[in-house]
Ligand binder design. Structure first.
Ligand SMILES: Cc1cc2nc3c(=O)[nH]c(=O)nc-3n(C[C@H](O)[C@H](O)[C@H](O)COP(=O)(O)O)c2cc1C
Length: 268
């Protein structure tokens, strides 16, 4: 990141903070405006912007847009760390394989998908520790609402769950409820099925959530699409440079997005 303004001698100055990441390695000819990629935003953008969207590199819908997010997020993380708040994300599932971080089995699954001109997705878990109780507000400004809105702004995120998430639906109340306790005058809960949030408000326990990342939409296999010039059905083979798996690259993005959102909440 080339920082243009807002930082002087290693400190933010209060002036607008502006950084630029110059993309010096583009191959716009890999992108075909008339053949929208299934699973990507090409057709939606074509319809919304009446054919005037910049399709090169996926335009505004490119994963590249997450670069600036990590720049802003890195700064927010530093401010949060001074308050004792830490954010860490990791891969917990990839191509259906469970694990604590990226494993050799997961890597093999990515390479296998690549060989078959295909792609795979996965799940990233994120934990935020050191959060004070009381952040977030009921209803629209709930901690879950705000984090969800932020996470769905990250391309390829298709789901989010907090704490025990969807599995809480299968639990009995006696298991799902987190027993409340006190030690040295400080409240805590003995389990954390609610992911550190009750009523949209942080309860002082670690805030935990998981996001589902879909498989990279741009795959080299032959796929069905339409030709926007002829308005006929057509097949498409993508020959661009696309990772067969986005998940490892999305880990710092999820941390950054969470940092921006959490810092905002602490400023409220
Ligand atoms: C870090 C990151 C990198 C990405 N790289 C690619 C890529 O190389 N090729 C691709 O087709 N999609 C890539 N994506 C996903 C697309 O940007 C995304 O699927 C698309 O914008 C459509 O949005 P949606 O999946 O949220 O509906 C990437 C996403 C992220 C977060």
């Amino acid at each position: 990141v080339e920082i243009l303004s807002g930082i002087f001698e290693g400190r933010t100055t209060g002036a607008p903070l502006c950084g630029i990441i110059r993309n010096t390695n583009t191959r716009s000819k890999d992108y075909h405006p008339e053949l929208p990629r299934p699973g990507h935003a090409d057709l939606a953008a074509y319809i919304k912007y009446n054919g005037f969207a910049d399709y090169r590199g996926g335009g505004h819908f490119s994963g590249r847009i997450t670069g600036p997010l990590t720049f802003a997020g890195a700064l927010c993380k530093q401010i949060l760390e001074e308050k004792g708040i830490k954010i860490s994300a990791k891969i917990i599932r990839l191509a259906g394989i469970e694990g604590d971080g990226l494993t050799p089995e997961m890597e093999a699954a990515v390479l296998d998908a690549k060989e078959q001109l295909d792609s795979v997705g996965g799940v990233i878990s994120c934990e935020i520790t050191g959060l004070p109780a009381g952040l977030g507000s009921p209803f629209f400004g709930s901690a879950e609402s705000r984090l969800s809105a932020m996470m769905f702004s990250v391309p390829a995120v298709k789901g989010i769950e907090f704490g025990a998430g969807f599995s809480i639906a299968d639990m009995r109340g006696s298991k799902a409820n987190d027993p409340i306790a006190i030690e040295d005058g400080k409240f805590y809960t003995k389990s954390n099925n609610n992911g550190g949030i009750n009523g949209g408000i942080t309860n002082g326990m670690p805030l935990t959530f998981r996001v589902a990342i879909k498989p990279t939409p741009s795959i080299a296999q032959k796929q069905e699409t339409v030709n926007l010039a002829t308005m006929e059905n057509e097949t498409l083979e993508i020959h661009g440079r696309h990772d067969p798996c986005i998940v490892p690259r999305a880990v710092p993005v999820i941390e950054a997005a969470a940092a921006i959102c959490i810092l905002d909440m602490t400023l409220d």
